[in-house]
Each structure stands twice: as structure tokens, then as C-alpha cells.
Design a protein around this ligand. Structure first.
Ligand code: PLP
Length: 428
């Protein structure tokens, strides 16, 4: 029995608890997305918005593609799912793993499938630690990440993350983690030396930092840290959850710098978000102790690993990317998007526009403007939305990462809407 005065079940307008949101505000003012078509999103009143963020950086092929719906329907009616577990497998998962290994810049790559990015980061770190145990180096448990990085909100990813607010109160969840400054290869070397290389399992980095504010690497930085990892025998994990599947104009983003990581984590664009799926690509060397030695199961996995219908959605998504040359298209769009947004550097409230590597950019807001009104990013986001363009407030900036199907004609419009929003919100 409930205490007097309480009634069972949902109360008020909504029971849906939004991730990362201040529900005190959201419960009064919720933006309900009703349908979407290519780069357009419609609310429940039928108003149309340009999706300049590809939802949460994932809808690379655009919304509402029938080819995916048909592939998913066909798979659902044949075999919706049967877990990849023990010796059980299914054809879409096998085909997808083969294809993803084929795209990877490592030799003899193997693919561990998961349900998303956070799953994949935790999986990669557990592979790294287990790999070192199998090498007779169980003391290699420390993982280094970067200030400003984002690696998802699972346990290990939370502990590694470089956005302080996300780690607040959870610093102990993955105690063998530390962070080094971004774009400072010497800082990584110093941290490895401080810890002792024989205690460091891996270094994890997003090729272009995404959620931390869209921060492309300084020239030479990624090549330098990859070299340092190799020198000290530290596994290099590229977190390509945002950067993969065309966002940087290549399959895994890392190809832009000729990198050959030991592992790559992916999610998002692999299905363009039509169904949840992620995974880890491991080099043949990292996989070898598990694959080539008897009696070494990797005691880790999730119920939906290799979900047949999610894998079918991924295959149909990759078919579209190949048929429509979306990777090459992204390389053209990245310059056009960056060039258009650079106009905003003329605005008093803008200190810089970051981007130019990949179809993702950020407009950095002046620190005085942020100090005057800590809510200014939210207001800018709403002001742009009222003008029919969806952008993302991101720490101290506004992020833009549209579907790769967008026509570059819209870049001037996005820029104009941001300029108008800046005028409305920041000019006294
Ligand atoms: N890693 C990176 C680089 C990400 O950007 C994200 C999500 O944005 C994640 C991991 C976590 O992915 P998910 O939200 O699918 O768990």
C-alpha cells in the first residue's frame, strides 16, 4: 500500500526522464520530435526544422530512408535476433563484422559488436586490460585519456571522461584513469613516465574531440601520440564513435592521419542511428592472445551483441554510404561548412570557429558573454530553433554537424540563423 495521499502510476504530463536534462525546466517545456525526412525534422504541430546536428551526431545518411526500413522489416520477419553468445552466431552479424574489419586500417582485424558507444569504450578498455593479463603483465591497468574528451557514460567511460562536470561525484568509478592536456604530446609522454610504462595499458583519444567542444587535433599531434604509444608499448585506442562512418570523410576517421590504432571504438554513424549498434575493432595483434590460444574466453558481452536486425540496419546504412559516395561528399562539405561558419568570427560574441576537419564545427562564444549570462548557450539554441534550425549548445560553444546528405546551399542559412540568434540574445 502506498502512503496516504499518494496514487499509483504516472502523474503530470510526462514520466520520461531525459538524459543530461534539468527536468525541472524540461517538464514545463518539452520539444517533441514527431517525424523526420532527410535533413528535416518536424514537431508535433507540423513545424519544420533543419537538423544541423544529425540528432546526436549520428544520422549521417539523413532521416527516413526507406532502404533501411525495408532491410529491417526483411530481417525482422526472418530472424529478429538471436544473441551472439558462445558458439551461437547469425548471418547479419557475421557479414557486418567482416565488412567492418575490411574497412579497418589494421591487419587481420576482429570486431566485437555492442549496442552503442559507451558499451564499446568499456569493452575496449576491458580488452586492453585482459590483453595485458594474457601477456603476463597484469599490472598494466592504467588508462590515459585527455582533458575535454568524452567516452560515454558507462562506468569506465565515465571514469575516463575529460569533461569535469560529467565525472563530478564519480571520480572513483574507474580509479586507474588519468587525463593529460590535449594537443600536447609531451604531456602524454610525461604521464607515461610518471606512472611507469609497465603500468599503462592504453591511451584513448577521439581523433576530433566531439562533445568536449569540437576540437580538431593540432597538426602532427595524433601522429606524435601514436608514436609515443608504440614506443612505450601502450595500446592506442581511437574512439571513433563520432568521427567514424563519414563524419571525417573516411570509415574510421583515423585514416586522415594515417593512424593504425590497436583498437577503434565505433557506434552512431555505423547505423546512422536507425537502430542501436556499436563495437570495437581490434587489430590482429591485440586479438591474437584470445583467438590463437586455447582456453582464453573474453568474459564480457551484452545480450544484444550482434543483434541480427541492428546488424541488418548497419549493412543497409553502409550500402547507402557506398552507393552515394557519402565519404567523398563529406570531404567536400567539411570545407564548405567551415568556410560558411567562419563569417561568424566577425560577430562580437564569437571568439573562434573550430572545425574544417570533418563535417563538424563549433562556434565558440566569447567568455565575457558566457560570464554575463551562464544560460546564454541554451538561449542561443532556442533562438535558432525558433528560426527553424537545430544546433547544439556544447560547454562554451554551439556545435553544427549535419547529415552528410545535406546540400551545402543550407550552410549560408545556418550561418545567418546563428548570426540572428547571436544578435537577439547577446547584443544588449
Ligand atoms: N565516445 C564518444 C567519442 C562519443 O561521442 C560518445 C557519445 O556521444 C560515446 C563514446 C558514447 O556513446 P553512446 O552514447 O552510444 O553510449
Amino acid at each position: 500500500r502506498l502512503p496516504d495521499g499518494q496514487t499509483k502510476g504516472a502523474q503530470g504530463d510526462t514520466a520520461l526522464w531525459h538524459p543530461f536534462a534539468d527536468m525541472h525546466a524540461v517538464r514545463r517545456d518539452e520539444f517533441i520530435v514527431d517525424r523526420a525526412d532527410d535533413v528535416w525534422v518536424y514537431d508535433t504541430e507540423g513545424r519544420r526544422y533543419l537538423d544541423a546536428t544529425a540528432s546526436l551526431w549520428y544520422c549521417n545518411i539523413g532521416h527516413g530512408r526507406r532502404e533501411i526500413a525495408e532491410a529491417v522489416a526483411a530481417q525482422l520477419t526472418r530472424l529478429e535476433a538471436y544473441s551472439v553468445f558462445g558458439d551461437y552466431s547469425n548471418t547479419p552479424a557475421r557479414e557486418l563484422a567482416h565488412r567492418l574489419a575490411g574497412y579497418a586500417p589494421m591487419a587481420d582485424a576482429k570486431v566485437f559488436l555492442t549496442s552503442g558507444g559507451g558499451d564499446s569504450v568499456d569493452t575496449a578498455v576491458k580488452i586492453a586490460l585482459t590483453y595485458w593479463r594474457h601477456q603476463g603483465r597484469p599490472e598494466r591497468t592504467h588508462v590515459i585519456s585527455r582533458v575535454g574528451s568524452y567516452h560515454g557514460m558507462h562506468g569506465i567511460g565515465t571514469g575516463l571522461g575529460g569533461i569535469d562536470a560529467n565525472r563530478n561525484g564519480f571520480d572513483g568509478v574507474f580509479p586507474t584513469a588519468s587525463r593529460v592536456a590535449n594537443n600536447d604530446a609531451a604531456a602524454l609522454r610525461a604521464e607515461i613516465e610518471r606512472l611507469g610504462a609497465d603500468r599503462v595499458a592504453a591511451f584513448i583519444a577521439e581523433p576530433v574531440i566531439g562533445a568536449g567542444g569540437v576540437v580538431p587535433p593540432a597538426p602532427g599531434y595524433l601522429e606524435a601520440v601514436a608514436g609515443i604509444c608504440e614506443q612505450y608499448g601502450v595500446l592506442f585506442v581511437a574512439d571513433a564513435v563520432i568521427c567514424g562512418f563519414g563524419r571525417l570523410g573516411t570509415w574510421y576517421g583515423v585514416e586522415r592521419w594515417g593512424l593504425r590504432p590497436d583498437m577503434i571504438t565505433f557506434a552512431k554513424g555505423v547505423t546512422s542511428g536507425y537502430l542501436p549498434l556499436g563495437g570495437v575493432v581490434a587489430s590482429g595483434d591485440v586479438a591474437a592472445p584470445f583467438w590463437d590460444e586455447p582456453g582464453r574466453p573474453f568474459r564480457h558481452g551484452q545480450t544484444y551483441a550482434g543483434h541480427a536486425t541492428c546488424a541488418a540496419a548497419a549493412m543497409a546504412n553502409l550500402d547507402i554510404m557506398e552507393a552515394e559516395n557519402l565519404l567523398d561528399r563529406a570531404l567536400k562539405l567539411e570545407t564548405e561548412l567551415h568556410t560558411a561558419l567562419l563569417e561568424l568570427t566577425g560577430h562580437d560574441a564569437v571568439t573562434e570557429v573550430r572545425g574544417g576537419i570533418g563535417v563538424l564545427s563549433a562556434v565558440e562564444i566569447h567568455p565575457d558573454v558566457l560570464a554575463r549570462d551562464p544560460g546564454v548557450l541554451g538561449k542561443l539554441h532556442l533562438a535558432a530553433r525558433r528560426r527553424g534550425v537545430l544546433i547544439r549548445p556544447l560547454i562554451t560553444s554551439l556545435a553544427i554537424s549535419p547529415p552528410l546528405t545535406i546540400s551545402s546551399e543550407y550552410f549560408a542559412h545556418i550561418t545567418e540563423v546563428i548570426a540572428d540568434a547571436l544578435d537577439e540574445v547577446t547584443v544588449p
